[in-house]
Design a protein around this ligand. Structure first.
Ligand code: MG
Ligand code: ZN
Length: 256
């Protein structure tokens, strides 16, 4: 059951845990337009989107400066829903949080399920509830950062809303964008959804433990990735079994 109580623009302090809830749902949000012929105002919506992205870029630059001042490296994890971002972060934190102080921001339309999974001793976690918004933007991240104790933090892991499309357009101020492609998704995703791959510093091919059972064509997937994301470092791993994790952890350590 959804919580019927509106929690608009609130920050709820942690109670009985370390998850901070940052609710960025906009009370003025207009519900999505119904399908069918375009409504009046469509042209103006395009205008707003351009300005929205300009504004986002400005705020992302502020985030980047804020993080750099504090010596925090930030990673933005993007993928379609169910590609395994949360499990990847869980296993990553299990090792890295013992080496350097980490903080986590998690974006979802609703629930704090992922943030609760990511709680670790000494790791502040904020769940950003976006309501209808299918991506994180730079101002949401700024508010998430403001809600977290960042003293001594060196590594910020941001789990974006599961969505292979518009998170590509929103710079959050991260140092590295990490795109996940899971073996359950099909090898042609990098060709169908190029921007999120072309803008990635690294691509993680996840769930390799079940690749054989799914008939996953590894050679085709890698060829498609090289075509769509020639700039990206590629990691093949399983967040569930830990196979291939050493190289991923070495990449993280090299960033710090
Ligand atoms: Mg998740
Ligand atoms: Zn979106």
């Amino acid at each position: 059951m959804p919580d019927p109580t509106p929690r608009l623009h609130s920050v709820r302090p942690p109670s009985g845990g370390r998850v901070v809830l940052v609710d960025v749902r906009d009370p003025g949000d207009v519900p999505p337009a119904p399908p069918g012929d375009p409504l009046p105002g469509t042209v103006r919506t395009v205008d707003l989107r351009v300005r929205l992205l300009d504004e986002n870029d400005r705020r992302a630059a502020e985030n980047r400066a804020f993080l750099q001042q504090r010596g925090i490296r930030a990673l933005n994890f993007v993928s379609s829903p169910g590609a395994g971002k949360t499990l990847l972060l869980e296993r990553t934190l299990d090792t890295i949080a013992g080496e350097v102080r980490c903080a986590v921001l998690v974006g979802d339309l609703e629930t704090d399920n992922d943030a609760r999974r990511l709680r670790r001793e000494g790791v502040p976690v904020a769940q950003i509830t976006t309501g209808g918004t299918c991506h994180l933007d730079a101002s949401m991240v700024a508010r998430g950062l403001a809600a977290l104790p960042l003293e001594g933090v060196r590594l910020l892991l941001v789990e974006n809303v599961g969505n292979l499309v518009c998170p590509a357009s929103f710079d959050l101020g991260e140092n590295r964008r990490i795109t996940l492609l899971s073996c359950t998704e099909g090898e042609d995703k990098p060709l169908k959804y190029p921007p999120i791959f072309t803008s990635a510093h690294a691509v993680i091919v996840n769930k390799i433990d079940v690749a054989a059972a799914l008939g996953f064509d590894r050679a085709a997937a890698l060829a498609n990735l090289r075509r769509a994301a020639p700039q990206a470092e590629i990691f093949e791993l399983s967040a569930r079994t830990g196979e291939g994790f050493d190289r991923w952890l070495a990449y993280l350590r090299a960033l710090l």
